[in-house]
Ligand binder design. Structure first.
Ligand code: FES
Length: 484
C-alpha cells in the first residue's frame, strides 16, 4: 500500500461503559458505537433527522455533529449528534442516559392490573383433536442385539425398531447421526433415545436428527422466541409438560441501524447489509439462549427445537432473505412459508447440531408470523365468539374474527408512540412517564415514571393513558383538540 493511503486510526472510549474501540479517521461516532457494541438511540437510522443520537464529547476532535436538532447551547456544552460526527482524533464520548437502551426495564414484572386472562391449552387434547402435531419428538427404543440370524446394518435395525415399536415409517437418518450410531447403540446395550424432526408438510419425510444412549425422553426442551423490531424475548419450555422454565429478553441489536422496519430494510439493501442485519439479530438471540440456559439446569444438547415468530421483515432479516420488495409496491415478500431449518448450521444459532428451527409463517408483507402466532396462541380461530386481538409493538396489528372469518390490519406504531413525531416521546426507559392521572377537582396531574425517576419524556403506554385521561376529563375532544 502506498504510504499516503495508509489510514489513520483513532481510539474512541465510551463512557459510562468504558468500552474502547479503534476506528478509521472519518468514521462516525455512531459507527464507532456499533463496533464497540454500545447502543445509541437512532430513530432515523443515522440520517441526521431525528436528533435522538445525542452524545457528549468529553475530549477529542470531530467534524460536524450538528443539525438544527441541536441548539447553540447544546453544542456549546459539548452535545453532538453521533451520526453526523466524523472522528478526527482519539475521543472520549459519554452516552447520556436518554440515549442509552435501558435493558433493566425488559425484566420488569408486568403489574397485575395490566395482565389479561390467559387460556392455557391442553396439548394432549389438541393432539387428540388432530390440531397439533409435535414437530420434534423423542422416542425410546429397545433394539435387539446383532446376531448371526439378525445381522442387518445398525441403521436398518434402528429404522425397523421405529416401525415395529412406534409405527414410524419412511425415516431419513441424518449423516451426523450415522456417524455416531455404532458407538451410541452399544453404549447402553441397544437401548437408545432418538429425536425425530417432523416435516410441517406430510409429504416430506421425518428425519432422525439425534440419538442418545439410554432413555432420555423425560429431558426434552424447546425454546420459543419472539423477534420484535425493538425487543427480542425468549422462553425455555419443557416440551413434555408445556411448563415455562425460564424467560429472558434483550433489545434487538439491529436497533442501532434504525427503529422501524423500513430503516432496517434500507440498511439490508446496502452492500453487506443483509448479512450484518442477520448476524446482529442472531447475536441477540444467542445472548438470550445463554441467559435462559444459565438460569435453569438444562444443557444445550437437551434443546431439541427453537420456534421463532416475528413480523415479515424481521423474519426475512433473521433468515437472510432479501426484504427489498416488502417496502415497494406491490409489497411482495420472498416467502411467507418457511421449512424446518437446522438452527446451528443454517442460521448460526448457538445450539447443538440436531436442534431444529421452526419459523412461524406469515400472511403477507405486513401481516407476519408474530400475529399468526398470536392468533394460534389465543385460540381465537377456533371460537364462535367474535374476538379482537391487538398486538401493539413497534409494528401494530389488529385482528378481528372467529372460526368463520378473520380480518387483519397493520401499521407502524412504535415510532408514532415513542418519539418519532412527538417532541417529548421516548422509549420505555427509566424516567419515561408510563402512567398518569388527574385530580378530579384541581386537575393536578400525577405522573408515574419508570424507576420512579424524574420525568424525562413519555413512552407509548404513558401517551395512551394521558390522552385517555385528558379525554375523560373533558380537556380534549374526540379529535384530540384542547377544549378552550
Ligand atoms: S439524528 Fe442521528 S440517528 Fe437520527
Amino acid at each position: 500500500m502506498p504510504y499516503d493511503t495508509v489510514m489513520t486510526e483513532h481510539k474512541v472510549k465510551f463512557l459510562p461503559s468504558g468500552r474502547i474501540v479503534l476506528v478509521q479517521d472519518g468514521e462516525t461516532i455512531s459507527q464507532a458505537a456499533r463496533k464497540a457494541g454500545v447502543h445509541i438511540n437512532a430513530s432515523c437510522g443515522g440520517s441526521g433527522l431525528c436528533g435522538k443520537c445525542r452524545v457528549l464529547l468529553e475530549s477529542g476532535t470531530i467534524e460536524g455533529g450538528k443539525s438544527e436538532k441541536l441548539t447553540e447551547q447544546d453544542y456549546a456544552s459539548g452535545i453532538r449528534q453521533a451520526c453526523l460526527s466524523d472522528i478526527k482524533s482519539d475521543l472520549v464520548i459519554r452516552i447520556p442516559q436518554e440515549s442509552v437502551l435501558d435493558t433493566g426495564v425488559l425484566d420488569t414484572a408486568v403489574p397485575v392490573r395490566h395482565k389479561a386472562g390467559m387460556y392455557v391449552f391442553d396439548i394432549e387434547q389438541l393432539k387428540e383433536e388432530g390440531i397439533f402435531a409435535s414437530p420434534v419428538d423423542k422416542l425410546f427404543l429397545e433394539l435387539s442385539r446383532p446376531s448371526s440370524t439378525y445381522s442387518i446394518a445398525d441403521a436398518g435395525r434402528l429404522i425397523k425398531g421405529l416401525a415395529d415399536q412406534y409405527d414410524e415409517r419412511g425415516m431419513v437418518v441424518e449423516l451426523q447421526v450415522l456417524r455416531r450410531l455404532r458407538r451410541i447403540l452399544r453404549e447402553d446395550d441397544f437401548r437408545v433415545t432418538v429425536t425425530l424432526s417432523r416435516s410441517v408438510r406430510r409429504r416430506f419425510r421425518t428425519r432422525v436428527v439425534n440419538i442418545q444412549a439410554g432413555n432420555w425422553t423425560y429431558r426434552n426442551f424447546g425454546l420459543a422466541v419472539d423477534i420484535g423490531t425493538t425487543t427480542v424475548y425468549g422462553q425455555l419450555l419443557d416440551l413434555n409438560t408445556g411448563q415455562v422454565l425460564a424467560e429472558a429478553g434483550d433489545y434487538n441489536a439491529q436497533m442501532s441501524y434504525g427503529e422501524d422496519v423500513i430503516s432496517r430494510i434500507i440498511q439490508a439493501e446496502r452492500p453487506g447489509g443483509l448479512g450484518l442485519m442477520q448476524s446482529l439479530v442472531v447475536s441477540t438471540i444467542n445472548g438470550i439462549i445463554e441467559k435462559l440456559l444459565d438460569s435453569c439446569g438444562v444443557s444445550r444438547d437437551e434443546i431439541s427445537s427453537i420456534t421463532l415468530a416475528g413480523n415479515t421483515t424481521m423474519t426475512h432479516l433473521f433468515l437472510g432473505l432479501e426484504p427489498h420488495n416488502i417496502r415497494r409496491s406491490p409489497y411482495v415478500p420472498v416467502s411467507t412459508f418457511f421449512p424446518p431449518i437446522r438452527a446451528r448450521d443454517d442460521l448460526g444459532l448457538d445450539l447443538e447440531r440436531h436442534a431444529v428451527a421452526l419459523v412461524f409463517p406469515a400472511v403477507s408483507s405486513y401481516v407476519g408470523g408474530d400475529i399468526v402466532a398470536g392468533i394460534m396462541g389465543s385460540g381465537m380461530y377456533r371460537t364462535d365468539a367474535q374476538t379482537l386481538l391487538i398486538d401493539i409493538g413497534t409494528n401494530a396489528e389488529i385482528v378481528i374474527g372467529n372460526r368463520e372469518w378473520l380480518a387483519c390490519a397493520a401499521c407502524s406504531a412504535g415510532p408514532a408512540f415513542e418519539g418519532g413525531g412527538i417532541t417529548h416521546g421516548m422509549r420505555v426507559s427509566s424516567g419515561a412517564i408510563e402512567d398518569f392521572s388527574l385530580n378530579p377537582q384541581s386537575l393536578e396531574p400525577m405522573n408515574i415514571t419508570i424507576g420512579n425517576k424524574s420525568p424525562k419524556g413519555i413512552c407509548g403506554s404513558g401517551l395512551l393513558i394521558i390522552v385517555a385521561t385528558l379525554f375523560e376529563h373533558g380537556i380534549i375532544d374526540q379529535q384530540g383538540k384542547f377544549i378552550v
